[in-house]
Design a protein around this ligand. Sequence first.
Ligand SMILES: [Mg+2]
Length: 267
Amino acid sequence: MKKTLAQIRNLLIDMDGVLYRGQSALAGAAEFIAFVQERELGYLLVTNNSTLTPAQFHKRLAGMGMNVSPERIMTSGVATAAYLATQAPPGTRVNVVGEAALVHELEKRGFVIGGRESEYVVAGWDKTLTFEKLKVATLAIRDGAAFIGTNPDKTYPLENDIIPGAGCMLAALVAATDVEPLVVGKPETLALELALEFLGARPEETAILGDRLETDVLGGQRAGLSTIMVLTGISSAEEAEAYPTPPDWVFADLPALQAAWQEALRG
Ligand SMILES: [Mg+2]
């Protein structure tokens, strides 16, 4: 039997296309976060974007009227550093194709940023990518370093343009090394499993809320979560309907989701 929204105790919330788009908050976002907090749902904001730290996301959200503590914001950079900490001790050398926020998360865990001699290569979205960075990472992987990707998103949507995403950096390294990365972010399940662990949540009482079928919905389904999609981001209602495994719920936007949730709570 299909669950009702009233049975959801924990919520993993994607940010881009759900809470905001570009620099603008989406309608009802602040109200929805307040609703989640008042209901005392376990929640975590989970984003594949590794180019800002939780503190920076916290600030951006605060500017849009949402008060979410940095501890409740899990970027793919945070998740990648947390995962790596389960695999290797502090002091391990890691070569990074990525931006300052990703380096920051790895250093926070005690990893040392290294070059070709590194035991791991971590690659994420890098808007300052150079040939030199690709070369050093390629040589490290060819020398036997384990290859980890923060997230596979091939593109990143701006207000009017679609620009290269982290998946392009991964693709360049795959082409140069013939090695496939272990990917941490959605639609792989490592980041989602870390999020569940952080919340002490069981998959069957947890939902993921996102805007993208091939990352949020697919990742949520692989992790055993219920899936809620809003139509304020990437995927359309038609695409959701045609998807081999459609999301459990599709709503036009957050106000529609909140109204349905309140209705379900009234029973
Ligand atoms: Mg999104």
